[in-house]
Design a protein around this ligand. Structure first.
Ligand code: HEC
Ligand code: HEC
Length: 204
């Protein structure tokens, strides 16, 4: 299935015709996702769509539900995704997740220059302000509804951060998103998001 999917995707990319088997609606759905999220779901900065490879089952469902229900809204990127989420039948979630899991898992590529002092500051800031919910190494915590952060691209981590600070993400919902927004808005001046992004994306 993995290779079939990739071959189909390559032919789609090369010829802009989707050669999916007629009855394989699931692959059609995945192609629809990859148009924005990148041909291997590795993230696509040109439209602000994050990497989806490695996404947790429960977080994928929660995120899609938040877009569909209109609680994750209010900033431009969310509106693009809201339209996409509303076009995906709920019954196809599990299949989309399975197909995503068949794509190769890649580490996000950090575009920032890694500076040892910044990396150290990021490690400390992360341990002090983020690890209690997102896990000691950014692996996520389902009980707290806090997703893993290691799969995410540096530009998306920054954009997501901005969406809590100024975009209204979490402002009008009583779920995990509002907790996250409260955390982001209450941090002291010693907190440096650039350093934390370096810590989360640098390969050591
Ligand atoms: C029109 C472009 C577009 C399409 C098509 C699209 N997405 Fe997205 N998606 C985005 C953008 C842009 C974001 C970032 C939105 C934000 O910052 O809240 C996003 C975010 C997401 C997120 C949230 C990830 C996170 O880490 O919070 C999930 C999950 C997701 N998309 C899944 C899908 C799936 C599954 C499909 C196919 C059914 C799909 N997307 C199709 C543009 C798209
Ligand atoms: C009180 C628990 C808690 C703490 C502390 C916390 N987070 Fe979160 N975080 C969450 C939850 C819950 C979500 C999911 C919210 C949502 O769905 O929008 C989240 C989501 C995020 C996202 C969006 C991920 C995505 O895929 O879109 C980023 C980025 C993030 N957190 C970064 C951080 C950073 C950096 C810190 C440290 C300053 C931090 N968080 C501290 C609970 C927390």
């Amino acid at each position: 299935m993995k290779y079939t999917a990739l071959i189909l995707l390559c032919s789609w990319l090369g010829h802009t015709t989707v050669q999916a088997a007629e009855n394989d609606n699931v692959l059609d759905e995945l192609v629809f996702c990859l148009v924005c999220h990148g041909y291997q779901a590795q993230g696509n900065p040109s439209v602000g769509a994050p990497a989806l490879v490695g996404i947790e089952d429960w977080y994928l469902r929660a995120a899609l539900a938040a877009y569909r229900g209109g609680t994750r809204a209010g900033y431009a990127a969310a509106m693009d995704m809201q339209a996409a989420a509303r076009m995906l039948p709920e019954d196809d979630f599990a299949k989309v997740l399975r197909l995503l899991n068949e794509l190769p898992l890649r580490e996000p590529q950090a575009a920032v220059v890694v500076d040892a002092a910044l990396l150290e500051k990021g490690r400390e800031n992360y341990a002090q302000f983020c690890a209690s919910c997102h896990g000691a190494d950014g692996e996520g915590n389902q009980i707290l509804a806090a997703p893993g952060l290691r799969r995410l691209n540096d530009w998306y981590l920054q954009a997501a951060w901005e969406s809590y600070l100024t975009g209204g993400r979490g402002n009008d919902s009583a779920d995990g998103a509002s907790q996250m927004a409260q955390v982001a808005l209450a941090l002291p001046d010693s907190f440096d998001i650039d350093a934390v992004v370096v810590f989360l994306t640098a390969s050591e």
